[in-house]
Ligand binder design. Sequence first.
Ligand code: ADP
Length: 254
Amino acid sequence: ALPVPQGPEEVRELTVEFNRLLHSLKQQVVRDNQFVSDASHELRTPLTAIRGHVALLQRHGKAHPELFADSLAVIDDESQKMQQLIESLLALSRMENAQMSVAAYDLVAQVKRVVSRYQQQTPQTLKVIVPDRMMVQANAEAIEHTLLALLSNARKYAPANSVVTIQITKGGQRALLSVADLGPGIPDAEKAKIFDRFYRVDESRSKAIKGTGLGLAIAKQLTTLSGGELSVVDNVPQGSRFMVHLPLAVSENL
Ligand code: ADP
């Protein structure tokens, strides 16, 4: 409960505090509304395509059975898109307000494990540069999900078979896990925006590449809740370098 103000100065302080709270609540409501409207829009697009093809088949399917294959392929594709989107939205909403538990673990062992498993399913040239071990204080599941999202983006946006470099280094009091690719890179003006929900760089360019624009928003939230930070810089000589900063475990500082 709020303390009962004792004098005019305390009334003034409480009023200031109250206005600040009101302002941040209002901002949250605006953000929530925007999110619901963005999500609805993103779900409506595939749904419109599905309904269009269903109508087409209902009207002309009997006379033109050759339409079935194409239409069903579109319906299958678009419904998969919807499913992916719904799953991502549910993941985001579960994380909202979530408290993530953190524990000390070896980031190097984790990265090696995730990379070797990933490598079995996807032919992508991964170069791993890591020390013997690095103890971090984080949520292992969140970091694994983030790493997989970054690897999958590198595969999607960089040329097939170009090298992706995964590196772990120590900087100050933090561990740095980076994923660097030789793809098109991300223009400076877009670097902050790609972590926003539904944001995709140059819709026309990324249209050919499947995606929801939610992957990095989820990864960012996961990293932040896990006590870390996710950001992107230009890679040298080209492409982008995504960086996950994590707090070191206490034992690492001894
Ligand atoms: P999605 O890949 O589903 O569109 P993300 O949130 O993972 O969504 O990424 C947002 C956008 O950031 C992508 O649409 C793409 O334009 C850009 N992006 C992400 N990763 C890379 C990368 N490695 N290289 C170039 N652009 C990227």
